[in-house]
Design a protein around this ligand. Structure first.
Ligand code: HEC
Length: 384
């Protein structure tokens, strides 16, 4: 149960804050720069170091998602764009608690940018990868940014033998540079001899490690327009849980290794590259292979500064090659888009169409889609 904020505090803030800030008073009072605005308007609830004001002082119980700006693990992975939306539109703008007031009409857009830059400075450890580097997830190209999310992906053949491959991916941040990943595929396919079969594919478990990340805020512009890059490597173990009799998985223990590099470019455009190898320990049913996956795209913000919905069209180009004599490199392209589904934007969906470009025999076109839940930002049913 959340306690209601003390009426006294609310009265103070709702009446005093707009009065003080009306008519650009902050500047008249010398309140420019994120820090002084923060001290005047935010510290009562968020604490002087961003640590959060104790419940008995603030008069409300902190929701689970209450941010502690001095705790790098809680706040660095967030997008500053979302913070600005919450500052201007209030908690309600992103499906958060209404206790977080709206400062629209009280603070200018520039002051909100200054505040956000100040909030970023409250995390003392600069080696955490910043949320600005968290590009939209592509359907196939895996990104470098570590996350805590659950994704369900489906690929449906639209040509050739009927078949559906689903995959449940669970990801969890393990500290500042590492992330655990478990992928469980389950498949269904029409069989050669007639009839159909369903079952597990090869389960994979891996760890991603960030080698470097850097973010460059623009000289005169909001932090959310930062560019930057991030590089990670991931090692995986593939378990022989697939049913090879039905054509699911390799039926072998195997290792996977890849590097992922994401580049955030100006104007919300981005490029992602993932390159790696799949190494089954024995190659009776499947060959060892290498792949390069790339995705380029741009995010469009619908709904002005608050950004009610984000649309991210992307194009992926995929290359695969088996390590067998005479093998050719298979190329695929996939036009796709990702869209935020709920107000908090931590539930998102993507839809794409995979088109094999060469060597098309036995490589069907597929409709692919996913639903992802970034559980770091709250429950699946929160924030709608
Ligand atoms: C009346 C108390 C109160 C005041 C004043 C207040 N906040 Fe908040 N703020 C909250 C609460 C409570 C939440 C948590 C909302 C939730 O997680 O549901 C919050 C959440 C936030 C978030 C997090 C949004 C996210 O994406 O997780 C940001 C950013 C924020 N506040 C910034 C500010 C800034 C900047 C100010 C001053 C201009 C401010 N707040 C003033 C109570 C307040």
């Amino acid at each position: 149960m959340q306690r209601r904020p003390s009426p006294f505090l609310l009265l103070l803030l709702w009446v005093w804050v707009p009065v003080v800030f009306a008519g650009n008073l902050p500047e008249k009072l010398g309140l420019h720069g994120g820090r002084s605005i923060y001290e005047a308007a935010c510290a009562a609830c968020h604490g002087h170091q961003g640590e959060g004001t104790p419940t008995d002082v603030a008069g409300f119980d902190q929701p689970d998602t209450f941010p502690h700006f001095n705790k790098c693990d809680e706040t660095t992975p967030e997008y500053t764009r979302d913070w600005k939306a919450v500052i201007l539109g209030g908690g309600a703008a992103r499906g958060f608690s209404h206790i977080m007031p709206s400062f629209r009409g009280v603070l200018t857009s520039k002051q909100a940018d200054e505040l956000v830059a100040y909030l970023r400075s409250l995390c003392p450890d600069k080696s955490w990868p910043v949320g600005e580097l968290n590009v939209p997830r592509a359907l196939l190209t895996e990104k470098a940014f570590p996350e805590s999310e659950t994704v369900v992906t489906s690929a449906i053949n639209t040509q050739g033998p009927a078949g559906i491959t689903n995959e449940l991916v669970y990801e969890k941040i393990l500290g500042k540079h590492d992330q655990l990943e478990i992928a469980v595929p389950f498949q269904w396919a029409r069989q050669d001899g007639g009839g159909s079969a369903g079952g597990l594919g090869d389960i994979a478990a891996g760890v991603k490690h960030v080698l470097f990340s850097n973010v460059h805020p623009p000289r005169d512009g909001p932090f959310s327009d930062s560019t930057g890059s991030i590089l990670s490597v991931q090692g995986e173990v593939h378990l022989p849980t697939g049913s090879t009799a039905h054509g699911f998985g390799s039926g072998q223990f195997g290792l996977g290794l890849f590097a992922a590099y994401d580049q955030v470019l100006p104007a919300q455009t981005f490029a992602q590259v993932q390159a790696g190898v799949d190494l089954p320990l024995r190659t009776t049913h499947v060959a060892r292979s290498a792949f390069v996956r790339t995705a380029v795209g741009k995010t469009f913000v619908e709904g002005g500064e608050i950004g009610r919905r984000l649309w991210s069209p992307m194009l992926e180009v995929i290359a695969n090659r088996d390590f067998t004599r005479g093998a050719v490199t298979d190329f695929d392209v996939m036009p796709e888009f990702q869209v935020t589904v709920n107000r908090r934007q931590h539930v998102r969906a993507a839809l794409g169409y995979l088109i094999p470009v060469n060597n098309t025999a036995g490589r069907p076109r597929q409709i692919e889609f996913y639903v992802l839940w970034d559980w770091f930002d709250g429950g699946l049913l929160e924030g709608w």
